[in-house]
Write a protein of this length. Structure first.
Lengths: 345, 465
């Protein structure tokens, strides 16, 4: 699949560069919007195409970036006053909050954006467009049903025995390489004391930190890893839909739910970019994204519970300036140093 | 008094009151709005400044020293506190003892000296990323072996929430004010309506009255209305009196003239048929005497009517009685009544001032003079003098004066018997008496060896000089 290749592409190139580029829409379009996003093209392409169907004469140049590179590039653009992208969508929402706080975004008000709930928008400059749970995935063939971890405590229990066969075969994001991984780890550290125990256990059992949802999921399917922790539910579901080897669990103690954030880089907004944003927060846009698993209401997972059961355990990441703490240099440095100590071996 | 408006109508009391109240409320509203906005700004600033203090303290508390290095474990709670101002950007900075920026924005403004009253906590206003913002600089002192000095924490946020709160407070105050104002105007209009209702009732009562009905109105009701009702009642009373005076004059005149006119007619009939020239001449002479007497009677009756009318209506003024005495003698009327009779004037050098109506007094004095000329004996003297605070206007003659019966019946409206006899001394006296009484005085007479003297005695006016 294409995103597997993309992931390797990133690894190959050290310098910040987009992972992939693709053009959508007619060749002779009057307006071409430049979209920069961390979302895999394959996942987001149906939504983009659905939008273009409603907007004749508009084309979208889709640039896929790693979250940290995208953040660095956007800061540079903002500082130099150059407006390179028309719309930015990133899963590393703390970085997006920082960009908005630094006055890099233009404000956009429309009936569609007014309807966005208050936890999913900030200052009329940043909007949460998706609902993607952070899930645990496992290999159905290699993990017996009675060992499937339904909570973080279950995962800790699996790893506790000295001779646990899961030792060294649990994967999670490399938070240095992935802004999203950092955000999930940061939210975990805020959310519950389990995070300390998890870190300790990961360190002891030699868990693997690596990049990119696609690679982690691929590793689980191939059997390189038995379980992966804090994987984006949207990616996992889109793979599970075509590959029955992959099992998905929304942790029942709590499930962090990410809303990918969209912003329109300032100082001006191109009306077509505003229209794209309006489409993304509209009902049609939500339906299109739900088809790509970008919006999930909980839904069925291997724990057998249905959506409503798990709803109280859901912890949406609110778009709020308190996410600035996650971007703070001193905090990030210390957090990553601790992480590195854990995964040093 | 101002002239009435050209169209004859001025604004109704209700509209005047409404305009006045609206103007008052508008002025008050503007003043209150300004005050509310000023208050709202202060209140909003204080409220959100506390957030800054809380957040800055949170951050300052999170700074610790580890191996001689400052470690900042930036607390989420501080940012959650600041995020209570939902849509405001947040600025923060932590500076180490050497002034180096440890974390946060490294391009924050520094407060000027003037904005820095206290050494530990200083609020200041400055821009942040091109937007106005409010900052707090807080200093925490470290005195450790490995590190000592001041660590500065600066936090700031933009002003959206502050302004929103200030506008909100102002808006609420204005809404309250508008509602209160509307209630005041409504109540005031209702009150005016209810207060003015008795006036309308009064007008209705008068309009519904029979034109002949001059009986007093019911003076009950609110005090202000009672004043109007009493004034109307007073006016109607005077009107009634004038009607009475007019009726009396007509009936008196008819009554008094009937007898002399009938006598004249009888005598002229006799004279017509009298063949004897001598007797006819006698009859003509009698007719002449009667005519003269009738003329005098008419004069006096008109004079009386005039005096009574004036007593009702004329204003009291300062009058010098010496002028009256001089006037009646100089007018020379006595030459016509009694040609050849000497009339003297006797006045002093001092003014004899009273508060009265000069025309009424002149009529009264003329009547007394007329009596003296007709019934008294020369010499006749008219004079005015002052004694013991009493001002006197008098007429004296050398005769013995009218009969006791005439003097005793003084004060009656008229002397029917005297009039029917063609003698009018009593009528003249009664006019003089009425005038004297109307000005708070009386008629005094004195008959003695030196003759008869009759005086109008009034209270002398103090301030007439």
């Amino acid at each position: 699949m294409i995103r597997f290749a993309l992931c390797f592409l990133l690894f190959a190139s050290a310098a910040p560069a987009q992972e992939a580029v693709q053009r959508f829409g007619p060749e002779d379009a009057a307006v071409t919007l430049r979209l920069r996003t961390t979302t895999d093209i394959a996942i987001f392409a149906p939504t983009v195409e659905a939008f273009l169907d409603t907007a004749p004469g508009v084309a979208i140049l889709y640039e896929q970036w790693g979250s940290n590179d995208l953040y660095a590039l956007s800061r540079e653009d903002c500082a130099s006053g150059r407006k390179a992208a028309d719309i930015i969508i990133s899963s590393a929402v703390h970085q997006m909050v920082k960009l908005v706080n630094d006055r890099c975004a233009a404000s956009w008000r429309s009936p569609a954006t007014q309807a966005v709930p208050s936890g999913l928008k900030w200052r009329d400059e940043l909007w949460g467009i998706t609902r993607e749970p952070a899930v645990m995935v496992y290999n159905r063939a290699l993990v017996p049903p009675d060992e499937v971890p339904l909570t973080r405590f279950d995962l800790l229990d699996l790893l506790r025995p000295q001779d646990s066969r899961y030792a060294g075969r649990v994967a999670t994001y490399d938070i240095e390489a992935s802004g999203l991984g950092f955000l999930f780890a940061f939210i975990d550290s805020q959310e519950a004391s389990t995070f300390g125990a998890l870190m300790e256990t990961f360190a002891r059992t030699g868990a693997i930190a690596t990049c990119c949802s696609a690679e982690i999921i691929g590793g689980v399917i191939e059997g390189d890893y038995l379980i992966a922790y804090n994987v984006l539910g949207s990616y996992a579901r889109s793979v599970a839909a075509i590959d029955s080897r992959l099992g998905i669990v929304e942790p029942r103690d709590y499930t962090v739910v990410l809303s990918r954030a969209a912003m329109l880089p300032g100082p001006d907004v191109r009306p077509e970019a505003g229209a794209f944003l309006d489409y993304l927060v509209s009902t049609e846009g939500k339906i299109a994204m739900a088809r790509s698993f970008l919006i999930s209401g909980g839904g069925e997972d291997e724990s057998g519970s249905d959506a409503s059961d798990n709803e109280t355990a859901r912890r949406p990441i609110r778009l709020s300036p308190s996410l600035l703490v996650a971007v703070d240099q001193a905090n990030a440095t210390r957090f990553i140093r601790r992480w590195r100590e854990v995964f040093a071996q | 008094m101002t002239d009435p408006a050209p169209n004859g109508r001025s604004l109704s009391l209700t509209s005047r009151l409404a305009i006045g109240l609206v103007a008052l409320l508008l002025v008050g509203g503007v003043v209150l709005a300004l005050a509310a906005f000023a208050y709202g700004r202060v209140a909003a600033r204080e409220a959100f400044d506390r957030l800054l203090v809380g957040a800055a303290n949170d951050i300052a508390e999170s700074i610790s020293i580890s191996d001689g290095e400052l470690v900042i474990d930036l607390p989420v709670s501080a940012f959650e506190l600041l995020a209570l101002a939902k849509d405001d950007r947040i600025a923060y900075q932590v500076r180490g003892v050497d002034g180096r920026v440890l974390t946060g924005y490294d391009d924050l403004p520094v407060p000027t000296r003037a904005q820095q009253p206290g050494p530990d906590e200083a609020f200041f206003d400055a821009g942040f990323k091109g937007e106005p913002a409010r900052f707090l600089r807080l200093t925490r002192r470290f005195a450790e072996r490995s590190l000592s000095g001041d660590v500065e924490v600066i936090v700031g946020q933009t002003l959206l929430a502050r302004n929103e709160l200030a506008y909100d407070i102002t808006r609420n105050a204005l809404v309250g004010l508008a509602m209160g104002g509307a209630a005041i105007i409504m109540l005031a209009l209702l009150m005016v309506r209810s207060a003015l209702r008795p006036l309308g009732d009064l007008a209705g009562t008068i309009a519904a009255r029979d034109p002949q009905d001059l009986t007093p109105l019911d003076p009950r009701g609110p005090r202000e209305i009672a004043v109007t009702a009493n004034a109307i009642n007073g006016f109607m009373r005077r009107l009634d009196q004038q009607f009475d005076a007019m009726r009396n004059l007509i009936s008196d005149t008819a009554h008094q003239l009937r007898t002399p006119v009938a006598a004249l007619r009888a005598q002229s009939d006799l004279a017509l048929h009298e063949q004897n020239p001598e007797r006819r001449n006698r009859l003509v002479e009698r007719i002449h005497r009667r005519t003269v007497s009738l003329g005098r009677l008419l004069d006096q009756m008109l004079s009386r009517a005039l005096v009574i009318h004036r007593l009702e209506s004329a204003r009291r003024e300062i009058v010098d009685l010496r002028d009256i005495a001089l006037d009646i003698v100089e007018s020379g009327d006595h030459m016509l009544i009694a040609p050849g009779t000497e009339v003297r004037v006797e006045v002093g050098p001092e003014p004899v001032n009273v508060k009265a109506d000069a025309i009424s007094l002149t009529e009264a004095a003329k009547n007394l003079l007329g009596n003296a000329l007709a019934h008294g004996r020369a010499p006749v003297t008219v004079g005015a003098d002052l004694s013991n605070g009493k001002a006197m206007l008098w007429v004296a003659d050398a005769g013995e004066g009218p009969s006791q019966a005439v003097l005793e019946s003084l004060g009656e409206r008229f002397l029917r018997s005297a009039a029917s006899r063609g003698e009018s001394a009593g009528l003249g006296l009664s006019i003089a008496g009425a005038v004297a009484e109307a000005f708070g005085g009386r008629l005094e007479w004195d008959a003695g060896a030196g003759g008869f003297r009759i005086s109008i005695v009034l209270t002398a006016s103090e301030d007439g000089r």
